[in-house]
Design a protein around this ligand. Structure first.
Ligand SMILES: [Zn+2]
Length: 412
């Protein structure tokens, strides 16, 4: 009997070797490491009997052709990593659906629809200050302006793609027709500790969280730490501390809300001076847009009162907002239901991080399968998913495909 999890582990370790030297995996888009990875994946795809193409956004596509006129299910994730990242984030979501297709092939099961396994070039946005290039191209939401963005060497995205043998001017032709598609299913490590705490190998994603960010500037008055009396001080950092505590309190007390102050600067930042000016960020994430925007509004209200109490000027601006992307209920139920005989997929959880599926949601119904990762860590060389958990994911994906095939034949 094939140990599918072990096969996943073996293939992932081969792809992990396609990396810049140094700790962990560094595989940036449109580089020799990217080329090595897709060469390896292409060989695997061809062995499984898929027809392989590379589109003009650098997405490697392995296609299993269904009957004429049938629709296509898209599966996949990104091939790229962060600098000194791990061997699972992204690439595991390419390898596991490939092996699920291979498992069905070994069992002699033919699907009544086409399947494409996609390896997107650039999701992380590490090399260029943009991300989700391949998924946005398919969704028809790719903005040509990003082609002029440069990496740290001054190479534009347009030049990097051309050097890779792609024609970036053709990206706008890549958009897919939603009517041809059954949906997009992305498998990914959880990048959090929930599945591990719940002792579950797999979970199905309910929604990808929306995000909003606020840039906050507090201006008070500086003075000598020893000579300025406590009464009447206009200490900008004391006001900032109240904001940090309030943001955390909101996150602790509101279901489905993540609330974080992640960046803060202090001026003059001197041991014996009262802080004059502080800038900080507040970020809210939630699978529910109303919860998220209510948090932003509540923080602004809190800061108005705080400014008066602390006699400081507080300017706050919402600098970024991204809507939540709910996963498709039908696809998600099929993904979850198939695993219940093993208790594998019973857990429904939101994704706090953005994924290719976020961009694909503009195109077609999406669903996501999360795989437990050790200590919830990602974006480090320590990132790890166990082979048995990956084997369970391959089982779940293969069962999902056969369930979808049954439903498809009932409908036709
Ligand atoms: Zn990822």
């Amino acid at each position: 009997m094939t140990d599918w999890g072990a096969r996943a582990e073996c293939l992932l370790s081969q792809v992990a070797a396609c990396s810049e030297p140094g700790p962990g995996v560094t595989r940036l888009p449109f580089t020799p490491e990217h080329r090595a990875a897709i060469d390896l994946l292409q060989t695997q795809m061809e062995e499984i009997g898929l027809t392989v193409t590379l589109d003009h956004a650098g997405t490697l596509i392995g296609r299993s052709e269904g009957p004429p006129g049938s629709r296509t299910l898209l599966m996949g994730s990104h091939q790229d990593s962060v600098r000194e990242g791990g061997a699972y984030d992204g690439i595991m979501g390419v390898v596991l659906p490939l092996l699920a297709l291979d498992k069905l092939r070994a069992e002699g099961i033919e699907l009544p629809f086409s399947v494409e396994v996609l390896a997107f070039a650039d999701e992380e946005g590490v090399r260029f200050p943009t991300a989700l290039v391949g998924s946005r191209a398919l969704a028809g939401t790719f903005d040509d302006a990003v082609l002029s963005m440069t990496d740290t060497q001054g190479v534009t995205l347009r030049e990097a793609m051309a050097c890779f043998g792609l024609n970036p001017e053709q990206i706008r032709t890549l958009s897919r027709n939603p009517e041809d598609l059954l949906g997009f299913v992305e498998t990914h490590i959880e990048q959090g500790p929930v599945l591990e705490r719940e002792e579950r190998p797999l979970g199905v994603v309910s929604a990808i969280c929306g995000i909003e960010r606020h840039q906050i500037e507090i201006t008070g008055e500086t003075g000598h730490a020893g000579t300025l009396p406590m009464s009447g001080r206009r200490d900008a950092l004391v006001a900032a501390a109240a904001i940090v505590a309030e943001v955390d309190r909101m996150g602790q007390s509101t279901p489905n809300l993540r609330a974080t102050v992640g960046a803060l600067t202090v001026e003059p930042n001197v041991v014996n001076a009262v802080p004059r000016r502080v800038t900080l960020t507040a970020e809210f994430r939630s699978p529910d847009d109303a919860t998220r925007s209510a948090a932003g509004d509540a923080l602004h209200h809190f800061m108005q009162n705080l400014a008066a109490d602390r006699k400081t000027a507080i300017n706050a601006e919402k600098t970024y907002a991204q809507m939540a992307q709910p996963c498709d209920a039908t696809l998600s139920a099929q993904l979850a239901g198939r695993g219940t005989d093993k208790g594998a997929c019973g857990l429904l959880l939101p994704s706090g991080a953005t994924h290719d599926a976020s961009a694909m949601a503009d195109l077609c119904p999406i669903a996501m399968l999360f795989v437990r990762c050790r200590d919830g860590v990602s974006h480090t060389p320590e990132e790890f998913a166990a082979k048995d958990d990956m084997g369970a994911a391959i089982d779940a994906l293969a069962s999902f495909l056969t369930a979808l095939a049954r439903k498809d034949s009932e409908n036709s």
